[in-house]
Every structure is written in structure tokens, then in C-alpha cells.
Write a protein that binds this ligand. Sequence first.
Ligand code: SF4
Ligand code: SF4
Length: 255
Amino acid sequence: MKLEIIIVSLSGCSGCISSIISLDIFPQFVEKTKIIYFPFISDEEKILDCDIALIEGCISIPSQVERIKEIRKKAKNVYALGSCSAFGGILSLSRKKNAEPISNYIEIDGIIPGCPPPPNLLGNCLIRLVERKNIILSEKNMCAACPLKGDIGAIDNIEINSLNPNLDEITFPEENSECFLKRGILCLGPITRDICEHICIKNGLPCEGCAGPIFRDFTSNAVNFLSLVNLSKNLKKYRGIFYRFSNPKFGREYK
Ligand code: SF4
Ligand code: SF4
């Protein structure tokens, strides 16, 4: 019997849903499963019993809590699709909106991280689900296989004063293989799970941490890491470093 799937969106930009639909293997995924609820592309109104629920987006209003509790009752397995659902995500930058991961309210069976999840990871995860296997994620950080040598070395005497290289200073790893931290540019690679084949770094930009941490709480990992590096005054004041992909409630006390 085909696996019955539901795909649901909460608060977010629908980028993860767009990424699923854009996958090369999406037509095969549709053929091999039975998608019984997917409001983004169908008119089905009722959430029915199913094998797998993929939930995109964070919790930002109370009615979404009831919705995911209903989904949890009806789905044998529930996965957080993307970093909003897994950690709270980009809406965490707002001071007015709430942005909570779904795991604050229901048990989940796994996450597919990323903002949005990169196509290789997402495709592999869907294939594993179709094969009735659990999702397995790397337990290494971005530095482990970084094309910039992965050699952070001693950086305590280097001031980290920028979030990105200047436009005219962007270089590819073949041209400049020096770690961003050694260049005084903040890279969250040390506390970010390696899931994306270093897509930003290969394109000359540091990792902003969209894949989240290997261990659960992004912000406490970020706070611990950032307390070890020599941040410039301006960066110390910039709260977006901590809150971009996670629930801000956890990080407000950082000084
Ligand atoms: S800090 Fe960033 S640039 Fe440096 S090794 Fe780690 S992932 Fe690579
Ligand atoms: S390099 Fe970092 S910010 Fe860029 S896609 Fe990968 S995990 Fe996300």
C-alpha cells in the first residue's frame, strides 16, 4: 500500500514547499505515495489519518497549536520541514511576532533542516521516507569538511567585525582558502550542522547557520560560540546574529 502523506504550512514564506515541488524527484514522490492533504496545491479541506506529516513553518498564532496537535493525533510520523518548523526560523527576527518550533508543542520524529533545505538533502530525505526509513542527518559541523581548509586555529587575537565580505572582496575557495573567521568575518560554521555541501562558502559567503545546530538549541550554541570569539562592538549589539534562525526568547540575555 502507498504511504499516505500530508504536507502542511504554518507561518513562513512557503520556500520549503516550493523547494519540494521543484525537486527533480517530486513527480516520482507523488507517484510512489498518496498525498492526501496539501492545501498549497489541492482543495482537500480535511486532515485525515496518514502515515507521514511534513510540517513547514513556525508556530506564530495560538490556532496553529491546535492544528498541529490534531495532525499529531492523525499522523504516524511527523517531521519538521525546514528551519522555521525545526527552530522557529527567520520570523524570529521580529520583535512583534512569536516564532516557535513545532517541537515546543508536539513530539516529532525528525527534522529536515535548512532555509530552505538544500535540494540534495531534501531529495534524499524524501527517498528515505518513501523507503520507510528514518531520516539520518550528519553529526558533523560545517568546519569538518570546509573547503576553506577547515582550519580555524587560534582566532582569539582576531577581531570579528563583519557579517559578510565586501562585494568587491568576495572570492571563491579556489582563489582564497582562508577561513572566514581568520579574515575577521563571522562564520557560524563551527556550530552549524553540515547538510548543504557548503553552498554559501563555495560561493564566497560565510555560513549564517540556516541548517541549525547538531544539538537542539541554536541560540545557546550561538551564544557559547560567540562568547569565545572577539566580536567588534557593533556586532555585539546586532541581535540578528542570534535570532535569525531560532526562537529569540532563548537569547535575549546575551551581552
Ligand atoms: S568557520 Fe566557516 S570558513 Fe572557517 S572552517 Fe568553519 S565553516 Fe569554514
Ligand atoms: S552554508 Fe550555512 S547558511 Fe549557507 S546554506 Fe549551508 S547551512 Fe545554510
